[in-house]
Design a protein around this ligand. Structure first.
Ligand code: NI
Ligand code: MN
Length: 229
């Protein structure tokens, strides 16, 4: 099993038990940070943290092309089902055991409205994901401000944490979050895609390491083998 960063907040978890591929927040079209020429493997599940376009991204196209199933909150799943996707609705706090592993939806403080043509559709509660597969725990925080709920996270092997500020935690708040649950490894996401979310990622890395936590700044297209975590 390996994790690949695809720019912005898009993360691919692939070769789970050498069979399953899962993508989180597949923002491909229009993502300035998406790695050029990157080809997705056959996707089995698309996990969507919330309805904003930089997270919902190409979910509908991927589901149709790969016959993949969406895992998200109930309202987003309803919307995506109407768009022709197979869905597995869940909600914050809920756990389900899929063929590839265990998924839990974690709280995120943010919005989730879906822009559809000239309307904004209610997209339920935004979330993060805890994925437990092959004995490893992967946390993707989604878009969120700093929240005390993060204290409840335990035994996270790798955490994908937004640091870009403005819409989500900035470097300072992300460091407070890391201190709360001390994952083994942190990967910063959701920064520098656009000017409005500029962050000093080297300063973040320094701060994380001071907490005794490993920080890996992944370039889009880069992978980490989960065996190495
Ligand atoms: Ni958002
Ligand atoms: Mn976002």
């Amino acid at each position: 099993m390996k994790v690949t960063f695809l720019g912005h907040a898009a993360v691919l978890v692939s070769d789970i038990e050498e069979k399953y591929n899962v993508i989180i927040d597949p923002f491909i079209s229009g993502n300035p940070a998406f790695p050029n020429g990157f080809e997705l493997p056959k996707i089995d599940y698309v996990l969507v943290t919330h309805g904003h376009a930089d997270h919902l991204g190409n979910t509908v196209e991927i589901c149709k092309e790969h016959n993949a199933t969406v895992i998200s909150n109930y309202e987003l799943c309803n919307y995506l089902q109407q768009k022709g996707c197979k869905v597995h609705p869940m909600h914050v706090g809920g756990v389900y055991y899929f063929e590839f592993g265990k998924v839990k939806l974690t709280p995120a403080i943010h919005g989730s409205g879906i822009h559809d043509e000239d309307k904004v559709i209610y997209g339920g509660n935004p979330c993060g994901f805890l994925i437990k597969a092959e004995g490893r725990t992967i946390y993707h925080a989604g878009d969120t401000g700093l929240t005390k709920e993060m204290e409840l996270l335990k035994d996270v092997d790798i955490a994908f944490i937004p640091i870009g500020g403005n819409f989500v935690m900035d470097v300072e708040d992300a460091l407070v979050a890391i201190e709360m649950f001390k994952p083994k490894t942190v990967v910063p996401i959701h920064y520098n895609t656009w000017d409005i979310i500029r962050a000093d990622v080297e300063k973040f890395k320094e701060g994380v390491e001071k907490l005794g936590v490993k920080c890996i700044i992944m370039k889009p297209g880069e992978s980490i083998s989960c065996q190495s975590l």
